[in-house]
Design a protein around this ligand. Structure first.
Ligand code: ATP
Ligand code: MG
Length: 576
């Protein structure tokens, strides 16, 4: 440590909010260069390399082959798939001296599809899975929490190429299993949630979320069944339709000055002479949507008045179309839209597509807008008085909502995305016409899967899940050193003894961090807690009696062992 390029800090960095960020900076693992751009100092780099090693071993174990593509990429392939445009501001773009457009790769589906196209041309070559562990660039809107959300970060991305859907399913499953092994070895607590496919388009897609309050992803789980899903992927459990017989006719009532649900509930309660709830009202929200390459179109969305629209769920439901709220000019251009009093009738009469929450099943009766200022219609029955064009998952999911599998209530939790497995299908092989000769002499087009692990993010995730109030606490699998040996005795013999022990451990294949600095034991112990090597060995006062102390950074337990058996005891502890 007297030579180690390391400076620990007493104070938390001013810009840090989450524990992993504070500790990784204080312990001298990483240093900030720009928002979302960090340097790795010796200890940090060692942990990063350990995570890489685990990921690499498990990828190799499923037969994936490592290659390395450039991060600096030409525009053309990304133009072919339209991602040059779709990625928007998230892409780092640059030009070379001749004015040619380039980008820094945010993910490499295009390049892997082209790489396989370049090398392979027969069905006999398949299946194949390729991967890389490489630096990615994304101009994140909100880089956050140090290396947790960087603008430059290390990702393991792999891509499977199969000729059949069954093959793709197998490749997908192999990755899913490999990810489970990776995260188990790293000691990360996680859940697997079904995800929506995001900008990539495709079929099966699941995310691995590390459980953490510092996470930005909200997911819901059902404790009874173990069901877990991204909020965007939750399918509302729709009630059974209700028979129409005996339902009273719809009636329009004056409800002056009731443009909000709150004011409507108050007014409706007066009209009906009973306590009306917001859940009995149907609020109609107008947005405009645009399919890729299409024109803006109006869309009406009907949801129970006690719920808000969840923008992310709405966007995920409409993907790949864009969504915007209506502006004043849209209302002026469509005078049948009476703000605050929009009902299903005007929408359907005027050819506006109208989608409702899945809870709006046939036979449910609603209080909703009558398309006239100050008027609402009461007892409007779905399927009898109006027939929507379909359903949409746009309403918020709430704690206590029934799980889609019917097993019990949903509760929400927060997580950090650490991995993503995704059946892409033929989107990219179609875009580049990747065809190979099939068994019957006809061309076949491979189908792809893409799979990511946030390698640098995992360093922060492990720190986040494992730290305590004193500092970092690395699992042995990723620790920067096997043993942290502290010399806490000024005696020359003790120092020599410690150096001898370090040399023996080194010979036995254990990496040792030897604290040989001229600092007080107190300072050294504090640093050993901050740095988080799992086993701390102290050559201190006990040396005179022939003892060294072993401290377990995880359990906090410490014990004295005789010098003669110290090497064996330490090796046993390290090899667990
Ligand atoms: P997020 O939702 O967190 O932005 P993403 O869905 O955009 O992630 P993917 O494209 O699926 O990410 O990338 C694969 C993996 O790379 C993610 O599961 C995550 O672990 C990691 N990753 C993505 N963005 C970042 C980032 N900005 N910094 C660090 N790691 C990241
Ligand atoms: Mg993802």
């Amino acid at each position: 440590m007297s030579h180690l390029f390391l400076r620990t800090l007493r104070d938390d960095p001013a810009d840090a909010e989450v524990a992993s960020h504070k500790l990784l900076v204080r312990a001298g693992y990483v240093r900030r260069i720009a928002p979302g751009v960090y340097s790795w100092l010796p200890l940090g780099l060692k942990v990063l390399r350990q995570v890489e090693r685990v990921v690499r071993e498990e990828m190799n174990a499923i037969g994936a082959q490592e290659i390395s593509l450039p991060a600096l990429l030409p525009r053309d392939p990304y133009e072919t798939t339209n991602r040059w445009t779709e990625y928007g501001d998230g892409l780092f773009r640059l030009q070379d001296r001749k004015g040619g457009d380039y980008l820094l790769g945010p993910t490499h589906e295009e390049m892997f599809a082209l790489t396989v196209k370049g090398e392979y041309n027969s069905y006999k070559d398949f299946p194949v899975t390729l991967y890389q562990i490489q630096t990615k660039y994304r101009d994140e809107e909100r880089p956050r929490a140090g290396i947790l959300r960087g603008r430059e970060f290390v990702m393991k991305d792999s891509y499977s190429f199969d000729l059949t859907d069954e093959g793709l399913t197998r490749s997908y499953q192999a990755h899913r299993d490999a990810y489970e092994r990776i995260f188990a070895r790293l000691g990360v607590k996680y859940v697997i949630v079904s995800a929506t496919s995001g900008a990539m388009g495709g079929s099966a897609s699941e995310e691995f979320l590390a459980e953490s309050d510092a996470g930005e992803d909200t997911y819901v789980r059902c404790l009874e069944s173990g069901y877990a899903a991204n909020v965007e992927a939750v399918k509302t459990l729709a009630p059974e339709p209700i028979p129409f017989d005996g339902l009273p006719d719809a009636v329009v009532h004056d409800t002056p000055d009731t443009p909000t649900i709150e004011s409507l509930v108050a007014s409706a309660s007066q009209v009906l002479g009973r306590e009306v709830t917001a859940a009995e009202t149907l609020k109609n929200i107008l947005v405009k949507v645009r399919q890729p390459g299409g024109d803006w179109e109006l869309l009406g969305i009907g949801i129970p008045g006690d719920r808000e629209v969840d923008d992310k769920r709405l966007e995920a439901s409409l993907e790949p179309a864009e969504v915007e709220l209506l502006g004043e000019s849209d209302f002026t251009a469509n005078p049948f839209l009476v703000k605050g009093y929009i009902g299903p009738k005007a929408l359907l009469d005027n050819g506006v597509r109208y989608l409702v929450d899945p809870r709006v099943v046939d036979g449910t009766s609603w209080i909703t807008g009558a398309d006239e200022e100050g008027k609402h219609v009461f007892g409007l029955v779905a399927g009898r008085d109006f027939t929507p064009d379909g359903t949409i998952e746009a309403a918020e999911v709430r704690d206590g909502d029934p799980s889609p599998d019917g097993a019990g209530p949903l509760v929400s939790a927060r997580g950090i995305e650490i991995g993503h497995v995704f059946q892409l299908g033929r989107k990219y092989t179609d875009a580049f016409a990747v065809d190979v000769l099939g068994e019957n002499g006809k061309p076949v087009r491979p189908t792809m899967g893409s799979y990511g692990v946030g390698v640098s993010r995992l360093v922060a995730v492990i720190a986040e899940q494992q730290h305590d109030d004193k500092g970092l606490r690395w699992p042995a699998e990723v620790a920067p050193f096997g043993v942290h040996l502290v010399i806490a005795n000024k005696d020359d013999a003790a120092r020599e003894g410690a150096e001898g022990l370090a040399a023996d451990l080194d010979k036995a294949g254990v990496e040792v961090l030897l604290d040989d600095r001229k600092a007080s034991p107190g300072v050294k112990f504090k640093d050993s807690e901050l740095l988080g090597v799992p086993l701390v060995v102290v050559v201190g006062r006990g040396w005179a009696e022939g003892n060294v102390e072993l401290r377990d950074r995880f359990t906090g337990e410490s014990r004295e062992v005789p010098v003669e058996s110290a090497l064996q005891e330490i090796l046993a502890a390290v090899r667990g």
